[in-house]
Design a protein around this ligand. Structure first.
Ligand code: GDP
Ligand code: MN
Length: 394
């Protein structure tokens, strides 16, 4: 589960990592009011604030959705721009995303930007902390061009980041004096502690900055939480922002279907994750592009299959569907009944190629033949099915 920057900042602030104060708003008027409150709270401050779009996608700075503002007029202008234009960044795809919330935070005078992040290293089965002196909006390019610029320490799965590791990383960041070496090490230890305690799969501060007056502050924060551990964290589960998630993926989750929307035009309905991957591969082999990954599960029911069809056909990009079922626990005749029901309830607006194999396949084929569903194309095997759906979906 992804959460917003302002939520991640709160988690960091609660762990006593220094974060500049800020407020979340949803309209231009609220932005101006928040700006006035921030001014009143620190009358001796610079008066400058930063207005930041709250989206799960990163790359906001380069997209023009992080703006430094002096005065009410600039705040209003930045807020109006961000709330009325879709944000297109490297991470959003060409269609971009709608911005519904903004964070207003006191701006800081930056002397240097550092990168600090934790992810799970699947190959080594433990978390890894990565730091770089070259933090900021170019971190991806830096990592690709100059991997040496990223320094890593792997964490013991139970003991977490050790103080000597934190000191070494802070030293690698260029902090060689006792202060702020100590302050930076403390921030790294706290971040690692938060990562473990929240069951995060990603926790990132980019940039962690040294200000002109020598403070160390986190001015951007990103966290992803492990869905499978959310039951242990009801207070974190409440942070879920449904408006930022794909509505079809949410619907699928409600029906225990594993569904991930993709960019192609061939919808896939498959039982079993491995078979779903193989189905996507063979579609690509025959020149098609899958519109989704969809695993209806080993013991698919008529209701589940019908809902799966609804979700696939709700995607306007879909020009053809490939149903690929291996009847093991699920029996082919159950699937055939589900297909017939789905055809009646949902209606097939595009060609649906069906490949069934396994338990009770003969009965299933007879049922489908008898039902004579318009748009349904039977296939002999997976290769035949992939060819047929690729030529039908044009
Ligand atoms: P991202 O592009 O989505 O990662 O958004 P960030 O929050 O990291 O902001 C992008 C960039 O804006 C940072 O790398 C900074 O260079 C700049 N920035 C953000 N906040 C401030 C601030 O308070 N003061 C100054 N001077 N620059 C800031
Ligand atoms: Mn950032």
């Amino acid at each position: 589960m992804k959460i917003h920057e302002y939520q991640s900042r709160q988690i960091l602030a609660d762990a006593r990592i220094p974060v500049p104060p800020g407020e979340v708003v949803e309209s231009v008027e609220q932005a101006v009011a928040a700006y006035r409150r921030i001014q009143r709270a620190s009358p001796q401050g610079s008066g400058r604030v930063v207005v930041k779009a709250q989206t799960f996608a990163g790359g906001r700075g380069k997209a023009g959705f992080v703006k430094l503002c002096d005065g009410e007029a600039q705040v209003a202008q930045a807020a109006r721009f961000m709330l009325s234009n879709r944000m297109v960044s490297k991470q959003t795809g060409p269609a971009g995303v709608t911005v519904r919330k903004l964070l207003l935070a006191s701006a800081v005078d930056i002397d240097h930007e550092y990168y600090v992040g934790l992810v799970v290293d699947r190959a080594r089965s433990c978390p890894v902390m990565m730091v770089s002196r070259q933090g900021g909006v170019e971190i991806e390019e830096t990592a690709a061009r100059d991997p040496q610029a990223i320094v890593k320490q792997w964490l013991h799965p139970h003991l977490g980041l050790q103080p000597f590791q934190a000191t070494r990383l802070a030293y690698e960041l260029g902090f060689t004096q006792k202060e702020p070496l100590g302050a930076v090490s403390q921030i790294l230890l706290k971040l690692a502690e938060v990562f473990g305690r929240c069951d995060a799969s990603l926790a990132e501060i980019n940039p962690l900055v040294r200000t002109k007056d020598g403070q160390i502050l986190a001015i951007d924060a990103k966290m992803t939480l492990d869905d499978n551990a959310l039951f242990r964290h009801p207070e974190l589960a409440e942070m879920r922002d449904l408006s930022e998630e794909n509505p079809n993926e949410l619907r699928a989750k409600e029906h225990d279907l594993s569904y991930i929307a993709l960019d192609g035009n061939i919808g896939c309905l498959v039982n079993g994750a491995g078979l779903a991957m193989a189905t996507m591969d063979i579609i690509k082999l025959y020149g098609g592009e899958p519109a989704n990954f969809l695993d209806v599960g080993g013991s698919v029911t008529r209701e589940g299959a019908t809902e799966a069809f609804r979700i696939i056909l709700a995607d306007p990009k879909v020009r053809g569907v490939l149903v690929n079922i291996f009847g093991g626990i699920a029996k082919c005749d159950t699937i055939a009944a589900a297909l017939i029901a789905a055809a009646q309830e949902v209606g097939f607006r595009v060609p649906v190629v069906v490949r069934l194999e396994g338990t009770n396949v003969q009965q299933a084929r007879q049922m489908l033949q008898k039902a004579d569903i318009p748009g349904l194309i039977p296939a002999d095997d997976l290769t035949d099915a992939a060819r047929k759906v690729c030529s039908a979906a044009v």
